[in-house]
Design a protein around this ligand. Sequence first.
Ligand code: SAM
Length: 309
Amino acid sequence: MTADEPSGTAQDDVPQTARRVAFEIERQLGLPLAPGLYLVATPIGHLADITLRAIAVLARADVIYCEDTRHSRTLLSHYTIRAPLRPYHEHNAEEQRPRVLRDLADGRAVALISDAGTPLISDPGFKLVREATAAGHDVTAVPGPSAALAALTVAGLPTDAFFFAGFLPAKEGARKSRLAELAAVPATLVFFEAPTRAAETLADLASELGNREAALARELTKLHEDVHRARLADLARAFADTPPKGEVVIVVGPPEAGEVSDTAIEESLIPILETVSLRDASRIVADTLKVPKARVYDVALGLKRRERS
Ligand code: SAM
């Protein structure tokens, strides 16, 4: 122990920390809440993952809009928050929005929450924020958990640049073209996915993006939280027969240094394109060089275009 370290154990400080937290929340609860729209992040599993400010805003809000009133009541009851709850979800947003805007025009403090995490992140609210700001109302973020950032931070993949890709399209064609666009993004990619589709998505990611480093983060902050870190093909194999249970985020590393250059792809394509179709040539070169088919196909299209011009 050094001279400036306090004596005693961390446990001795617990009552003092509790008093300090109680003091801070009471102080926040005593402040008036200005009218406007508050976008409040709520837990993604662990009920304690909510900021003091989020509790204080929800407790003082005149009305709370949420996706599912029964679901949100569990969280709000836990903190004895009794503000009126009204539904705002993807199926009623169009008709509810004027009502929320009227609440704001009447000078109310309105909170928006989603079932879990940060509202608007693959959840409703974007149009509401746009219309509320256009009407001159104050819009305030009360930040907190989001499954996207929680997964990114535990994945063990580069975090200097990341691209939140949300949910991939369900239809195969749209999905593949989206992945072809994402293949060139020089950043770590973050995807939300339903557990039932995770294996298929991992297989598509491996075939379209290449066998990159990746992680599947499951049930974050909950009892059965775990993170599988492996290359995409290994993750796809691991979950092929037994889909992951619970909620998942898939994080995929950026294109890797030392990857095959476009010039090398062109050099492999040129002789093959003399005998087979563009699609077959792309498949053969992709298999040989172990690069995503979509990327080889783009290079092949570029070659053809240059030949014609
Ligand atoms: N707005 C939320 C947020 O900021 O976290 C995300 C809402 S989105 C409709 C739901 C998706 O988030 C799930 O399908 C899953 O991909 C991810 N998710 C939510 N909670 C999670 C958790 N505890 N662990 C892993 N993924 C989670």
